[in-house]
Design a protein around this ligand. Structure first.
Ligand code: KDG
Length: 349
């Protein structure tokens, strides 16, 4: 009898040990990449996932964020993973929701399936210059919008900048709406972007950013659209001949933090991180704008550059107006009206 009891006790102990050992790997099946809570005085490691490479102002801004945080506390360490090493934008956002990743800074477009109101930024030809961008995003509108995301298991700490998006392709110079007919263009995984390029006569293919360069190299697509810094620093002239200035959409970057991880931090740690995200965001925006100007000059020497005349641009805007009307309700009529009012207000100033 005693031997039997001993046997079962030992068995129980073994099961508990095995279960404890498995606890480290996240139940969601993804490898836990969020740093352990620091109970033993060890610094907690926070990992940032980025889609762009380490030459981009997004990475430079993240380095600034790391520098500020680590200069203010020994309790936090920041590790930056660029070029989609950990995940593409959508998967990275999902990992934040699970708490298996701490920070990601995607464009707003891949975030729309999570919070539809962010679709306001996908409405073409609304934001037209960086001063307008700052007055809309750094003002009440931006603050109120960012406050809507916590229900999705993330916290938005700041607005960083991707920039005004431009068109590249490998087939022909684009000067007119007619030139876009049938052009196979990679777009972000976002319904409004797909509908906009269809309305312009092109043939849009939604795809994760991490797959884009290969798709152009293998001619799965003819072209793509991104801001000048990404076009230059991700080396698109190696696989694209033609560059067209369209400024068709402004893409903000969202500094997103896992709500699960956020709630585990101390109020002091939260304050340091939030202030650093805002300060590094200012640095990122300035650097991105400077880089955009320099990149355009460099790209003009590497690609055939064309611009769209005001007359043709009016045709572009007319062609996408039905898309704005159609997606207004899907994004949310109230938030779209507020957004367009902010844009209008600025245009009148
Ligand atoms: O992480 C950065 C990417 O989110 C960003 O570059 C996405 O603009 C983007 C695109 O074209 O997918």
């Amino acid at each position: 009898m005693f031997k039997k009891k001993m046997f079962f006790t030992l068995l129980l102990l073994m099961v508990i040990t095995i279960l404890a050992a498995c606890g480290g790997n996240s139940s969601e099946g993804t490898t836990a990449v969020s740093g352990p809570a620091s109970s033993d005085g060890e610094a907690r490691t926070l990992r940032i996932s980025l889609g762009l490479n380490d030459q981009h102002p997004l990475y430079k801004g993240s380095e600034k964020f790391k520098e500020i945080v680590e200069s203010q506390t020994d309790s936090l360490k920041i590790e930056i993973y660029h070029s989609g090493q950990i995940a593409d934008d959508r998967s990275a956002i999902e990992m934040l929701q699970f708490g298996t990743l701490d920070i990601t800074i995607p464009s707003s477009a891949p975030f729309v399936p999570f919070v539809p109101e962010y679709g306001v930024f996908d409405l073409p030809f609304t934001l037209t210059d960086t001063e307008m961008v700052d007055s809309v995003l750094q003002g009440e509108f931006g603050k109120n919008l960012a406050a809507k995301v916590e229900s999705q298991g993330v916290v938005q700490l700041a607005w960083w900048e991707n920039g005004f998006r431009q068109l590249t392709n490998n087939s022909k110079p684009i000067k007119t709406l007619e030139d876009l007919k049938g052009l196979k263009i990679r777009v972000m995984e976002n319904e409004t972007h797909i509908a906009s390029w269809k309305a312009l006569g092109a043939n849009p293919t939604p795809m994760a950013f991490t797959e884009l360069f290969t798709a152009m190299q293998q001619k799965t697509v003819d072209g793509q659209e991104n801001p000048y810094p990404s076009i230059l620093l991700e080396k698109y002239p190696e696989v694209q001949k033609y560059l067209t200035e369209t400024n068709h959409v402004y893409s903000p970057f969202l500094f997103l933090f896992s709500k699960k991880v956020w709630d585990e931090l101390t109020p002091e740690q939260q304050e340091i991180i939030e202030d650093a995200a805002i300060e590094a965001g200012e640095y990122n925006r300035e650097l991105t704008r400077q880089t955009a100007e320099e990149a355009l000059e460099e790209l003009k020497s590497q690609m055939e550059f064309t611009e769209i005349s005001d007359e043709e641009l009016a045709k572009f805007k007319e062609a996408v107006q039905p898309v704005i009307d159609k997606y207004k309700s899907q994004i949310g009529t109230e938030i779209v009206d507020q957004y367009l009012a902010e844009v209008e207000k600025y245009s009148k100033e």
